[in-house]
Design a binder for this molecule. Structure first.
Ligand code: PLP
Length: 420
C-alpha cells in the first residue's frame, strides 16, 4: 500500500496530450494544429533572430553575476520595461515625465514563472486577500484558467463568450450575464487580445462598455495578456483594452498576467510578470504592502522567477536597435499567421466546402492571433485525426501556425472530407 493509493484521477492537459499523440504518429502527412506554438513555413520551431543575437551578446559579456539569485520580486529593470510595454509608460513623448511617474506608481509588478505563473500568483493574491465571491471565466477559455482558480479555491462561474451561430464574440450574452449576476469584488477573466481558443475579440466599443460595467458593479478585471505584439504585429494595438481601462477608469483596480512565451518565442524559459493596477487614490503605503504580500507568496512558492529568459527580454526592450529587430520578428510571425488564415480560407472556398468560412480570416480585425475555432464537431475532429493524421483540440480549435504552404491544401481537403 501507499499513502498515495487513493489519489484522485486528474484530467489530462489536452494541448500537451494532443502534442504527445502527434509526436508518436509515424504518418508522413501528419499535421500538428494542437499546441499553441509558432512554427515556420517549414514547420520548425523558430528562435527569434533578435533572441539569438541577444543570447550571443549576453554570453559574450561573460558577466560573472549571470547565475546569481535575482531579488524576490525579480529583475527590477526587466519589470520596468515589461510594465512599460503593457501600459505604454513613456511612449507618449509629449506627456510630462511627472505624469508618467505618477502613472507608473499606480502599478505594482512582480516577475513570474511566465503567464501561467502570473495567472496563478494573481489568483492566489485575490483569493487570500480580497476573497472574491466567484471568478467569471469566459466559456470557452484557455483550459488552465479552470485549474488555476480551482487551486486557488475560488468558486468559478462561466459567461457565454462565443456565439456559435454567428461565430463571433457574444457581447450580448457576456454583458447580460455580468450585469445581471456579477457582484462587487467578483473577478472577471478577460483575454486582452487574441482570445484563446476562439480567436474572436471584443471591438473597442464593446471593451468600453465592459469597462463601464466593471466600474459600475465593482467587478475586478483580470487580464490575461499572452499574445501582445504576436497577435496583430503591433504591441500597442494588442494592449489597447488594458491601456483604456488604466487611463479611463482611475478607480478600477485590476490585474494583468503578462507572458513573453509567444511574443519572444521563449516558451520553455518561463518569462512573465504580474502587474496590479491600483486606483489613483490608493496610497503609497498600500502599494508597498501589496508588493510585500506578492513577494511573500513568491518566496514561499519558489523564491523567485528564473533569470535567463528575463535577461534576454530586458536586453531587447532596453535597446532601441534590438527593439526594432524584435518588431521585425513580430511582423514576420504575425504576417505568416495571417497569410495562413487566408490560405486556409481560400482552399475551403475553392473546394466549395459546405459552411461559412469567413470567420477564419481576419474580419474587421476581430479574428486574430494563433487560434481559430474552425467549427467542427467532436466526431469530425476525431475523424480528422483518425483518417487524416491531423491533430487539433476536441473543441475544433486549430493553431494556425501549424499550417504552411505544403500542408494547407491537405488540411482543407481533410476538413472538406469530414464535413461532407
Ligand atoms: N494565457 C493564455 C490565454 C494562453 O494561451 C497561454 C499560453 O498558451 C498562457 C496564458 C500562458 O502561457 P505561458 O505560461 O507559457 O506564458
Amino acid at each position: 500500500g501507499s499513502i498515495f493509493s487513493t489519489l484522485p484521477e486528474t484530467p489530462l492537459d489536452e494541448p500537451f496530450a494532443v502534442n504527445g499523440a502527434y509526436k508518436q504518429d509515424c504518418n508522413a502527412q501528419k499535421v500538428n494544429l494542437g499546441i499553441g506554438v509558432y512554427r515556420t513555413s517549414e514547420g520548425a520551431a523558430w528562435p527569434l533572430r533578435v533572441v539569438e543575437e541577444t543570447e550571443k551578446q549576453i554570453y559574450e559579456t561573460g558577466d560573472v553575476n549571470r547565475h546569481e539569485y535575482l531579488a524576490i520580486q525579480g529583475d527590477q529593470e526587466f519589470l520596468t520595461l515589461a510594465s512599460g510595454l503593457v501600459f505604454g509608460f513613456g511612449e507618449d513623448k509629449d506627456s510630462e515625465p511627472s505624469m508618467t511617474e505618477q502613472q507608473r506608481q499606480r502599478v505594482v509588478s512582480i516577475q513570474t514563472v511566465s503567464g501561467t505563473g502570473a495567472n496563478r500568483l494573481g489568483a492566489e493574491l485575490l483569493a487570500r486577500n480580497v476573497r472574491p465571491g466567484c471568478v467569471w471565466i469566459p466559456d470557452p477559455t484557455w483550459a488552465n484558467h479552470y485549474t488555476i482558480w480551482d487551486l486557488a479555491g475560488v468558486p468559478k462561474k462561466g459567461y457565454p463568450y462565443y456565439d456559435a451561430t454567428y461565430k463571433t464574440f457574444d457581447f450580448e450574452g457576456t454583458f447580460r450575464t455580468l450585469s445581471t449576476s456579477a457582484k462587487a469584488n467578483d473577478v472577471v477573466i478577460l483575454h486582452a487580445c487574441a482570445h484563446n481558443p476562439t480567436g474572436a475579440d471584443p471591438t473597442q466599443e464593446q471593451w468600453k462598455m465592459l469597462a463601464q460595467l466593471c466600474k459600475e458593479k465593482g467587478i475586478i478585471p483580470f487580464f490575461d495578456l499572452a499574445y501582445q505584439g504576436f497577435a496583430s504585429g503591433d504591441a500597442k494595438k494588442d494592449a489597447w483594452a488594458i491601456r483604456y481601462f488604466f487611463q479611463e477608469l482611475h478607480e478600477v483596480e485590476f490585474c494583468v498576467a503578462q507572458s513573453f512565451s509567444k511574443n519572444f518565442g521563449l516558451y520553455g524559459q518561463r518569462v512573465g510578470a504580474l502587474h496590479v493596477a491600483l486606483s489613483s487614490t490608493a496610497t503609497n503605503d498600500t502599494a508597498s504592502k501589496l508588493h510585500a504580500n506578492l513577494c511573500h507568496l513568491v518566496r514561499g512558492e519558489y523564491s523567485m522567477a528564473p533569470r535567463g529568459g528575463a535577461e534576454i527580454v530586458k536586453t531587447v526592450l532596453g535597446n532601441e536597435h534590438l527593439r526594432n529587430k524584435w518588431q521585425e520578428d513580430l511582423t514576420t510571425m504575425s504576417q505568416r499567421i495571417q497569410l495562413m488564415r487566408n490560405a486556409l480560407f481560400n482552399e475551403l472556398i475553392k473546394l466549395g466546402t459546405p459552411g461559412d468560412w469567413k470567420h477564419v480570416i481576419n474580419q474587421a480585425s476581430c479574428f486574430i492571433g494563433m487560434f481559430t475555432y474552425i467549427g467542427l464537431t467532436e466526431n469530425q475532429v476525431h475523424a480528422m485525426t483518425e483518417r487524416h493524421h491531423i491533430y487539433l483540440l476536441k473543441s475544433g480549435r486549430i493553431s494556425i501556425s501549424g499550417l504552411n504552404e505544403k500542408n494547407v491544401r491537405y488540411v482543407a481537403m481533410a476538413i472538406d472530407d469530414v464535413i461532407r
